[in-house]
Write a protein that binds this ligand. Sequence first.
Ligand SMILES: Cc1ncc(COP(=O)(O)O)c(C=O)c1O
Length: 419
Amino acid sequence: MNSMNSLNAALGHAKTLDATDPLAHCRERFILPDGVIYLDGNSLGALPKGVNERLHRAINEEWGVGLIRSWNDADWYPAPQRVGAKIAGLIGAKPREVISCDSTTVNLFKVLCAALEAQPERDIIICEEGNFPTDAYITERTAKLYNKRVVLANQDNIEAIIAEAGDKLCVVALTHVHYKTGRMYDVQNVTALAHKYGGRVIWDLAHTGGVIAVQLHDWHVDYAVGCGYKYLNGGPGAPAYVYVREDLIASLDQPLAGWHGHAAPFSFEQGYRAHPTIDRLLVGTASQLSLIALEAALAAYDGVDMNAVRAKSQSLTSFFIERFDAQLAHFGFGLATPRDASKRGSQVSFTHPDGYAIMQAVIARGVIGDFRAPNILRFGFAPLYLTHQDVANAIATIADVMQTNEWKRPEFAQKKAVT
Ligand SMILES: Cc1ncc(COP(=O)(O)O)c(C=O)c1O
């Protein structure tokens, strides 16, 4: 089949799939630039409508006119809890089990310390081999601080590694969906297994929140952290979130004792007394404007069923892989993501030795994904604003960039700071 025929066949199939999409109306909730197919919502989500207006109001009225009064009058102060409660609805948590604050990295440090403080007699931390660097660095440094041992595991040997740690297991800290390959752990099984040996679990939900229907509370997950700027669309550097199962909150001990985590922040006591609720995860003053942006962005999920989001994500990624096989594989790409939809998150990654230049050329054509060294081209699928027709068109563009050797132009080999 020539490329025009391939595109037409793919578009026909895509239209049929889009025709029955229960989330089709959500695309209207976003501002998407013309000429762009955005496959990087797993890095920085698109801009939801309403955020701009909400931020303008926050700046011009609440800050500009209300000034300091807005902490009370505009309800700024309880925003971390309010945003946390909204996110809780997307990850199967109770509203007071989640709070939005700080970065994923900092929140990971807090809950990792909390898990180590909770069971000081146990000395093994299981972490993922090849995890996202921030998780690896935080785990390694925290283990050093507490004089604990880090044991590396991967998706193939995690069960054996947990069993081997046995009653020395303190905590298993894993990323649910791998940032490079998109391969996904079974949260429920791994959590249950860690508990069987008396350990606790921390899940990094960076690539999960807003796209995979997890049930943190019912699955008895101990702790979790996640990003506000990926599928939750909170904007660059948006505040992150942290989840702690309700029965662990009252005794949770985390070392970043700041005034916003105090039981009575405005009593200005000299000694630290942790707040009795999830608020004890707070540290300092919230990034209020960013929090307001994230809160407004979360309206894009109003009335959205996470099971429908997951189903559409699986459909988009399956269709992408189907078209990859038909139109791209023969250009020397390898598929780095599991073919089994139940074992992957909402991304598809290819390998190619010239991946960086290829991705730059594809981005120049308006199909935006990203590159992860040394050879991964990564595409994320945000079900609220993508269609199967976007997928068909993106594949056709990548195929054309390969067919015409456009990616070999020298400008595409120039490395940028952020890839
Ligand atoms: C698995 C994972 N954890 C954490 C982060 C980022 O953490 P932070 O928001 O603190 O930079 C990312 C970013 O891509 C990630 O993929």
